[in-house]
Design a protein around this ligand. Structure first.
Ligand code: BTN
Length: 333
């Protein structure tokens, strides 16, 4: 019911929605509406109540809020449960614990900040309070484990679509799954899987987005940015989180049904940064890499397995993600 009331209030914009209109829309008593509004206020959701007029949303702090995110998702979206936290160690860590206890597919954890945010390859993920989105979606795909890495590519694609839709700015993908604007990273994805030889127990898709961050420490400035820095505007984080989940769930369901990534290849290649440009492929560490551990070629896009095709003097090489890093000739991109 919270989800429906939030939706009605949002749709009214700056106007009021009367208690009786809410009763009619939801088919419940006035008391039930009042109780639900009180619950929303207790959660910290900013609602103004004026007798004779009704209720309206106060313009206030932009807080991540489960019913708000849920109210923006299509009715048939596979994400049906959203839990928001003020602080958590890591949404991925917590989701993996819940998954082991039987949490259902489509459950989403979101946090205002993380005290132990994790990145790929054991790195930490800077999770500044109240300006980013840190969230993890739980999936239980009926797919062979070898096909699961494609879900990370779908998440990157969902991020570019959502950022275009909500923020009006074009983001690109740095293969395999960094999302960038103006050659700097704005999102990271950490996908963690629990599986047996031929069976996937669960997949936790963790997404971190630098949304309204105003500045970065000096050591990150040359490769990290935020949507706010790039557009000069603040983004409603509930709206952006919902748009990402909407696209990710829709594309994931299609992928699971077709068991084939081919249909997404043209879309992915359209937003692939470095496509048709010279790149360096590092087999191992990027810093202090020896010449024999580097290939230089032209990136030609991904294939149906999500591998990057790089044209070398010796022919086209299929680069599979893992311990490989691909960089532009003169830097990160
Ligand atoms: C990367 O290294 O690029 C991946 C970063 C992934 C960060 C997100 S934030 C939400 C989720 N929880 C985590 O601890 N990590 C992921």
């Amino acid at each position: 019911m919270k989800r429906e009331i939030v939706k009605a209030l949002r749709e009214a914009g700056e106007g009021y929605v009367s208690g009786s209109a809410l009763c009619e829309r939801l088919g419940v008593s006035r008391q039930a509406v009042w109780k639900c509004i009180s619950g929303l206020k207790e959660d910290g959701y900013q609602i103004e109540s004026v007798s004779g007029k009704g209720y309206r949303l106060k313009k206030g702090r932009d807080r991540l809020y489960g019913p708000d995110i849920l109210s923006r998702l299509p009715e048939d979206c596979l994400c049906r449960k959203v839990q928001c936290f003020e602080e958590i160690d890591s949404t991925n860590t917590r989701m993996k614990q819940l998954a082991e206890l039987g949490e259902e597919q489509g459950s989403l954890l979101v946090s205002e900040r993380q005290t132990a945010g994790r990145g790929r390859r054991g790195r930490t993920w800077r999770s500044e309070a109240e300006s980013g989105i840190y969230m993890t979606l739980l999936l239980r795909p009926e797919l062979p484990p070898a096909k699961v890495p494609a879900i990370t590519l779908l998440a990157a694609l969902a991020l570019t679509k959502a950022i275009q839709e909500v923020c009006g700015v074009e983001a690109q993908i740095k293969w395999p799954n960094d999302v960038v604007i103006a050659k700097k990273k704005i999102c990271g994805i950490l996908t963690e899987m629990s599986s047996e030889e031929n069976y996937v127990h669960y997949v936790a898709v963790g997404i971190g987005i630098n949304v309204n961050t105003e500045s970065f420490p000096e050591e990150l400035c040359d490769r990290a940015t935020s949507i706010r820095i790039q557009t000069g505007k603040k983004t409603n984080r509930n709206e952006l989180a919902a748009a990402v989940i909407k696209h990710l769930c829709a594309d994931y369901e299609r992928f699971e049904m077709e068991q084939d990534f081919s249909v997404f290849v043209p879309e992915y290649n359209r937003v692939l940064a470095n496509c048709d440009q010279q790149v360096k492929v590092y087999y191992g560490t990027v810093d202090d890499a020896k010449e024999e551990n580097i290939d230089i070629g032209i990136a030609r896009g991904i294939d149906r397995d999500g591998a990057l095709l790089v044209e070398l003097d010796t022919g086209v090489k299929k680069i599979v993600s893992g311990e490989v890093s691909v960089r532009g000739m003169y830097g990160y991109l």
